[in-house]
Design a protein around this ligand. Sequence first.
Ligand code: DGY
Length: 425
Amino acid sequence: MSDTMITAARAILAQNDRGTYTVPTQGLYPFQWNWDSCLSAIGFGHFDEARAWTEIETLFAHQWDDGMVPHIIFHEFDDGYFPGPDVWRTGRAVPTTGITQPAVAGFAVRRLFERARDSDMARSRARALLPRIAAWHDWFFRCRDPRGTGLVAIIHPWESGRDNSVDWDAALDRVPTEGVEPFTRRDTQHANPAHRPTDDQYNRFIWLVQHFRDLGWDNAKLHDASPFRVVDPGFNAILIRACADLAWLAETLDMPEIAARSRAQADKGIAAMETLWSDAHGQYLCFDRAIDAMVPSQSIGGLLATFAAIPQSRASAIAQRIATLGEKLPYLVPSHDPSAPEYDGKRYWRGPIWLIVNYMIADGLAAAGQTAVVERIVSDSLRLIDRGGFAEYYDPMTGEGCGGGSFTWTAAMVIEFLTGERQPA
Ligand code: DGY
């Protein structure tokens, strides 16, 4: 069975391959997305190492001068997606958006490097990428943590990758909608509207884009000028893990300055993560920096924190919480607590399961020695493929595939689950 699944997964990667980058899926997402690409590269790494490195290099070829790596690179014209370059207007030769996405590149590069069959190629390609990834991490701490707390804020829900999470509801309600230019959504022409964010959320998403555009995409200004500033434990855990992985790579490749800086960023971040822990909820929570308040929303962002080297006691509390969720649900891990009134098992990040998040949680919990729950997550992930195909996300109750189909990073994660060894962080 696993051979057939791997063959099917590889066919999806091939179908979405555009030569030097992959699209997440045809139609719904016709460009290069930042964290999709880095996680998909890990899948390519199992059968075409050179192609895997190219995926990440293409992304970093579009890094901004200030260090930011955009969330979408609009390589080719396609009017089947909204909002396109005419809305973002970032003024780049190859258009990009003006916001970023979860910083998985450092992690992905370490994984490719450690598994390399061609170690000379891996050394030279990793060496070239390291200063660029380090510049991106420096950008995060400079521009999204201007007071030096050790944790960064997202300034747009799209930056988190968890666009319509319940975590953002209250903060997004404070984002105005006056002055939003008329638009036609394209996502709902490709996917079931009941699986996608609402029109009200889209209005607020676009208001933020217009606001940042009016500020000239000047990252020295955007953090403080944004009415939406949320510290997401999952987003920070990914960045902290990437800093730790970059430190390891830089030590291995004899790049001592990057090693020291990255290690310091990771250590400071891990210590600061404690401020997001909630005993009452048994998980980490978001912090709304615009109003200085915790966000009492039990989403997967607080469970994804296991991807960083959090204290053992926190990892076991999270494993316990996931095991308890598993008593109520046939499939793990839901993106929101199913007992919450806002839970919606088919609507994007308000309940559905995402295989990339399952992968990162499983990786972190494996490093913490939580084998039983890891086995359950991995086997549920593969059962979901059987039940719902290579979908964008899945209903945790029925296993139905939702959103887009033939999804690149879902396919990459399947290859990982079936052939990649889980390694200590
Ligand atoms: C979308 O268009 O749905 C994306 O999630 C934004 O990155």
